[in-house]
Write a protein that binds this ligand. Structure first.
Ligand SMILES: *Cc1c(COP(=O)(O)O)cnc(C)c1O
Length: 376
């Protein structure tokens, strides 16, 4: 059996480091925010080449706060893509704003800059490009258009820790960027966590207040805030894992290259854009008969995932946005065809080979034996 993801093996490799970090926090008596969270913020900001990082309790909450400090609220519109995890869109709704979708590009599955300008109205406040599967969106044209219309750019970088666009790290590209440390992400906590990075001191200050009940000082609530604090155990664990992240990223990239070598002739493999450092949170191929193929792979002991089977504009919960089938054809086709193969740093090369071999055997039509040719 080849699992889709394997968190226990990663833990076994760093168990003494994690145990030491956890014991340090338990001994400290400081369990929410505090010095571990401060240290993690400094280290993560530096990793992202961003001046500030604010740690929060999930990627979802990171997005919610980033939208709020961008001034998004009732009456605003925010532009994003329908081919993403639901949190990107849900958090826009939390602020009272309306989501306006543009489709994704057919090769990168990220926001199509060509469609951006037509979606802008006088209500638009922010654009949220999603760095899907670990590959950055095409940021230069997005930033150019945003500057022209004075819009805030919030990167949804939940899948893209350590990715880069034309040599610049994700997290330092937009006005704000949001990360998730959900356990299955490239940098994953042993629980929930998230962070917002920003280059702007005023955003940094506002984020710190909002995550802790809108307090500038104890029991002084300048604005209505939230309990979105990161806990110290997660910060201490994330500090340990951050030290391994580059090694893990290179392992992901090596597995992706191997898949590419073995599969490119028979399957539509992911496109790495010329501008991108892709960190392969997911390795998704495209297959026209995806569901059948997935079923067959499972029968052969290979677990896969689908990210995502239904674009957000066709989800029952978001019918109120007023979109329907056919509105975003690239997203809709991607949702029908994408199939994520097992990919995590600890995956073994023999497993990559086995996945590729089984997949090839399933998509390559069997050779027809021509009468008369098989003898003689
Ligand atoms: C995981 C994810 C989120 C949400 O992060 P959580 O930490 O699970 O709240 C948001 N956007 C994208 C694209 C994600 O993959």
């Amino acid at each position: 059996m080849i699992p889709f993801i394997d968190l226990q093996t990663q833990y076994r490799g760093i168990r003494p480091e994690i145990t030491a970090a956890v014991e340090r926090v338990l001994d400290s008596g400081q369990y929410a925010l505090g010095s571990e969270v401060d240290a993690f913020e400094a280290e993560f900001a530096s990793y992202c080449a961003a001046p500030h990082a604010v740690a929060v309790s999930s990627g979802t909450n990171a997005l919610h706060l980033a939208l709020l400090v961008a001034g998004v609220g009732p009456g605003s519109e925010v532009i994003t893509v329908p081919f993403t995890f639901v949190a990107t869109v849900a958090t826009i709704g939390y602020t009272g704003a309306r989501t306006v979708f543009v489709d994704v590009e057919p090769h990168s599955f990220t926001l199509s800059p060509d469609q951006l300008e037509a979606a802008i109205t006088e209500r638009t406040r922010a654009i949220v490009p999603v760095h899907l599967y670990g590959q950055p969106a095409d940021m230069d044209p997005v930033l150019r258009i945003a500057r022209r219309y004075k819009l805030t750019v919030i990167e949804d970088a939940a899948q893209a820790h350590g990715a880069a666009y034309r040599g610049s790290r994700v997290g330092s590209l937009g006005d704000l960027a949001c990360f998730s440390f959900y356990p299955t992400k490239n940098l994953g906590a042993c629980g929930e966590g998230g962070a917002v990075t920003t280059s702007r001191p005023e955003h940094d200050q506002a984020l710190r207040e909002l995550r802790d009940w809108g307090q500038a000082a104890k029991y002084e609530h300048r604005v209505k805030g939230f309990n979105y604090r990161m806990d110290a155990l997660q910060a201490a664990i994330l500090r340990v894992k951050l030290r391994h992240l580059e090694t893990w990223t290179r392992a992901r990239q090596a597995h992706a290259r191997r898949y590419q070598e073995l599969l490119a002739e028979d399957v539509a493999t992911p496109t790495v854009m010329a501008y991108a450092r892709h960190v392969f949170q997911l390795y998704s191929v495209r297959a026209p008969k995806r569901d059948e193929l997935r079923h067959e792979l499972h029968r052969h002991g290979i677990q896969t995932g689908v990210h995502y089977p239904v674009p957000v504009h066709l989800q029952p919960a978001y019918r109120d946005l007023g979109y329907g089938p056919g509105d975003f054809p690239v997203s809709e086709e991607a949702a029908r065809e994408v199939l994520s193969l097992p990919l995590y740093p600890e995956l073994e090369e023999k497993d990559v080979r086995r996945v590729a071999q089984v997949l090839k055997s399933l998509v390559t039509p069997p050779r027809v034996a021509l009468p008369g040719l098989e003898t003689g």
